[in-house]
Design a binder for this molecule. Sequence first.
Ligand SMILES: [Zn+2]
Length: 232
Amino acid sequence: MAPPDFSDRETVIDDPERPGPLFAQLRLGPHENFVYLVADPETRKAACIDPAFGVDRILSVLDRWDADLAHILHTHGHFDHVEGAPRLAEETGAAVRIHENDADALEDTGITVTRLEGGETLKTGGLPIEVHSTPGHTAGGLTYQVGHLLFTGDFLFCETAGRCDFPTGSKETMWASLQWFKKAFTDDHVICPGHDYGKTPRLRLGDAKKSNPALSHKAYEEFEKEWFLKAY
Ligand SMILES: [Zn+2]
């Protein structure tokens, strides 16, 4: 199998001969956001992670896959990760899920929201999606895991971590989440971040451990001096 082409900022992998889920990483909107689609190739049930901008583009990929959207999943409640949920839910009937600590971001939209707390496993046809609590950028930060793919939102980018100075953010909590993350996953897991802030749009955790200061610090006192300014 050929390695993924990291030079392409929009990646759609849906070759029927290729094992594993259908996958799309779409760079959409004015803030270099990444929106993701994954789908079970057998049942054509799909999940969308962090729809905000470019809902028409998301719908066009679902259409190309002939897929039903089962879940709209949010890594956190910031506007550039949730804005597209009401329209996408209306068009597809998908369930909208977000951590209970960030759910107020969708409160006034009129859509029904299912609150997560981390630890759940969601079914997308035959494709399990594991929900992990990774607070720090916000109190309700979630990482969604599909096989070796880790959808980290603004918790962790390829070359840095998310900023912790917005409401409900916490550097201590971020540090604790990062230490858990390093132990929980292997070098072959792949970070699929919420923004296109790195040299590559996705990165193996083993490579990130060498180049990402958020993962390489050994002590909180060093980590605390880092200032992770990018991201919303
Ligand atoms: Zn954010």
